[in-house]
Design a protein around this ligand. Structure first.
Ligand SMILES: Cc1cc2nc3c(=O)[nH]c(=O)nc-3n(C[C@H](O)[C@H](O)[C@H](O)COP(=O)(O)OP(=O)(O)OC[C@H]3O[C@@H](n4cnc5c(N)ncnc54)[C@H](O)[C@@H]3O)c2cc1C
Length: 414
């Protein structure tokens, strides 16, 4: 019997909603409280750099669940309320309204907030970061045809922003601190291929240019990069990554490194407090060490696993990560851990709409990026989990597939 018990979910994103859903699906009949610092019901973030930014969707289209779902499920949602302290011994939350709320189990699903480059903070005016629906709508209102847009950061959100702005008729400059977009995550070889692809779509790419400051003038901003170079733009959007929202966990004395440390069951260093989504840092059983994953599917599945774990249903959560990005007419998908590779093997080309990049650590496949080959990316997740060895020569052959390159496997590939 769970009646009378309280499950408190801190955060109003994908992970919290999936935890709430799992609690009810598993028969929890106590109170489910969901606190979100945002004024909006939980919504999907991927459209913020894509269809919502282009005006093809409205905020209502992006809601994760329809408004009536929360009442139907008996989920008590408090919007615009920040939890500003968690006391694990007394099992209470302190809200920014001054209230104290008791709980039996709590979930931290606080997500992340935008990182700002050193020397460039939230300068106001036309300088934005993109994390929330409000950020998206504010940016969108300035993306008029002919407007000059500077995107700081050549990562996935930056590339999607550039793509959306270009499709609206803006003149886009992308400033990347390293030598190529995606270099930090996908390596220079693949990054340069994407850089050439963007240039072919009219994006002005400025690489090796860490931005060091911004000055806001009437109607625009001037960005200064290393070496004194500068770029003027009507709109500046910063997309240089995100920082996990660990403040509550730190205040509560939980173990925190890059994110809130959890075990394979989403449990933090305090047994009745759990964490999931962008904020959680979990053990990585395939390649060892720990990982914090900032992807939609991870937030969804780990949120579900955490909701179940709050009821004592312990199933380890350790799937090989996967995510997608839509940009310039390409749907690209990435599985695994490219940052753990020491070598990348490339097949096909972006212009042809069929491309594969295979990331190896020694002979072992550790990640794959695919365009136009979703089935292979899906297969690669299983092969990465099985730590298969692959033949790099076969991987470059456009006439054979990933399956043909496997040298040794103990997983069925059918
Ligand atoms: C622009 C953009 C595009 C993206 N595109 C893709 C994509 O194409 N593919 C992909 O796989 N992933 C994508 N992602 C990543 C994906 O959206 C995230 O991984 C996912 O949203 C994480 O969900 P979450 O529930 O962990 O955290 P979040 O969605 O960040 O939700 C956390 C919520 O908790 C609230 N909160 C924080 N602290 C408190 C507190 N103390 N009290 C109350 N509330 C609090 C926050 O305000 C926020 O509403 C994108 C992200 C962004 C920003």
């Amino acid at each position: 019997m769970t009646r009378g018990r309280v499950a408190a979910l801190v955060g109003g994103g994908m992970a919290a909603v999936h935890a709430a859903e799992a609690l009810r699906r598993e028969g929890f009949d106590g109170r489910v409280l969901l606190f979100s610092a945002e004024q909006h019901l939980p919504y999907d973030r991927p459209p913020l750099s894509k269809a919502l930014l282009r005006g093809e969707l409205t905020p209502v289209d992006c809601l994760l669940r329809p408004p009536e779902w929360y009442a139907e499920q008996g989920i008590d949602v408090r919007l615009g309320v920040r939890v500003d302290a968690l006391d694990p011994d007394r099992r209470t939350l302190r809200l920014d309204t001054g209230e104290h709320v008791g709980f039996d189990r709590a979930l931290l699903a606080t997500g992340a907030h935008p990182r700002w480059p050193a020397g460039l903070g939230p300068a106001g005016g036309p300088v934005f970061a993109l994390r929330t629906v409000d950020d998206c709508l504010a940016i969108r209102s300035r993306l008029r045809p002919g407007a000059s847009v500077a995107v700081v950061g050549g990562g996935f959100v930056g590339a999607e922003l550039a793509s959306s702005a270009a499709s609206l008729g803006c003149r886009v400059t992308m400033l990347e601190a390293t030598e190529a977009p995606f270099q930090r995550v996908l390596g220079r070889t693949v990054g340069e291929l994407f850089g050439a692809f963007y240039a072919g779509r009219g994006i002005r790419l400025v690489t090796g240019a860490p931005v060091t400051g911004a000055s806001v003038g009437s109607g625009g901003a001037r960005l200064t990069a290393d070496g004194g170079r500068f770029t003027d733009a009507d709109v500046v959007v910063v997309g240089v990554g995100a920082v996990p929202d660990t403040e509550l966990a730190v205040g509560a004395g939980l173990r925190v490194s890059d994110g809130v440390e959890v075990d394979a069951y989403c449990t933090t260093s305090v047994p009745h407090v759990f964490a999931a989504g962008d904020v959680a840092n979990r053990p990585e059983p395939v390649l060892g060490g720990r990982v914090r994953i900032e992807h939609w599917q991870n937030a969804q599945h780990q949120g579900t696993a955490a909701g179940r774990a709050m009821l004592g249903i312990r199933e380890s959560f350790d799937g090989v990560p996967w995510f997608w990005s839509d940009q310039f007419g390409l749907n690209l998908q990435v599985a695994g851990f490219p940052e753990r590779a020491d070598r990348v093997v490339v097949r096909g080309g972006l212009e042809g709409g069929r491309f594969g990049a295979f990331y190896l650590s020694g002979p072992t496949l550790v990640a794959m990026l695919g365009v136009g080959c979703a089935g292979e990316v899906h297969l690669s997740r299983r092969l990465i989990a099985a730590r298969v060895h692959v033949d790099p020569q076969r991987l470059t052959d456009e006439h054979s597939g990933l399956r043909d390159a496997v040298l040794a496997s103990d997983v069925p590939t059918a």
